[in-house]
Design a protein around this ligand. Sequence first.
Ligand code: ZN
Length: 291
Amino acid sequence: DPETVEETSMNPVVIAVAITGSVPRKKDNPAVPVTPAEQVESTHEAYEAGATLVHIHVRNDDESPSSDPQRFAAVKEGVEKHCPGMIVQFSTGGRGRDPSARGSSLYLKPDMASLSTGSVNFPTIIYENSAAFVEDLARKMKELGVLPEIEIFDLSHLHGARRLIEAGLMNARPHVQFVMGVKNALPAEEPLIDILLSETKRVIPRATWTAAGIGRHQSEVMGWALARGADAVRTGLEDNIRVAKDRLARSNAELVSLAAEAIAKAGRRVATPDEARRILGLRPAAGAKAA
Ligand code: ZN
C-alpha cells in the first residue's frame, strides 16, 4: 500500500495540547486559560507552535469545572475559526462534573472526545465509570461520528475498549492514550509502557496511540512514547504547569515548543493539521479544499 509506505517514511507526530483541565488554577500558574476567550487565544498560540489537536475542558468563571455546552461551543467555534484544520477534542472526564452532563456537549460534534472505559482511584477521589455509563457515552459518540480517545488509567481499561468494539459500540480504530503518573493509578515507569503497548497491539491492533505523563513526568513519558513510535504526543497545562522544578511554564505554546524539540530529537517531525487528521483516521476539516 503506497500510502502506508509514504506515511511511515515521513513519520510525522501529532502534538496534542490539553490547555486547561479541571485541576490547575490560575493561582498555581497564571497562564492557565479559563474563559473561552482565553482558551481560544492559548490554543491559537499552541497551534502556531505546532499543536494539531486540542483537548478541551471548560470552566465556570470561578474556575470550577463546567459542562456548559455554550462554553464548549464557544471554544470549538473560536478554534475552528483561528486554527484551520486543528482537531477539536472535548473531555467527557469526570472530575467535579455531574455524570449525566459529561456527554451533554457531544451533540456539537467535535472531531473527538475522551472516553474512560473503566473506574480507577485518583489522588483524592474514585473516578467512577460504570460499564453502563461507558456504553452509553460510546453509543452517543458512535451515533454522532465522534472519534473516541480511550483514556487508559489501568490495564483493564484496554479490555473495556475491546468489549465496546466487540459490542459494535465503537469502531475498531480508536485513539488510545496511556495516562501515567496520576497518584493511586499507573505510575510513570518505563516497563509499564511496554506492557500497555503490547496489550494494545494484541487486543486493539488498529488503534493509534500516545502516552501522557502527568506533572514532572511529562517529558520523560513523551520520550518513552517517541522511542516506541507513538502516533502522537501529549502536552499542555492540564497535565503539567512547570518546565523545571523552579520555573512555571509561560504558556501552553511553550510546552508545545518543548514537545516539538523532543520530536526532532527523536528523528521525527511535527505533523501538519492535514497529516494529523490522516494519522488518526479523521475526515478533512470542514471547509478544507478537497485534495
Ligand atoms: Zn482532560
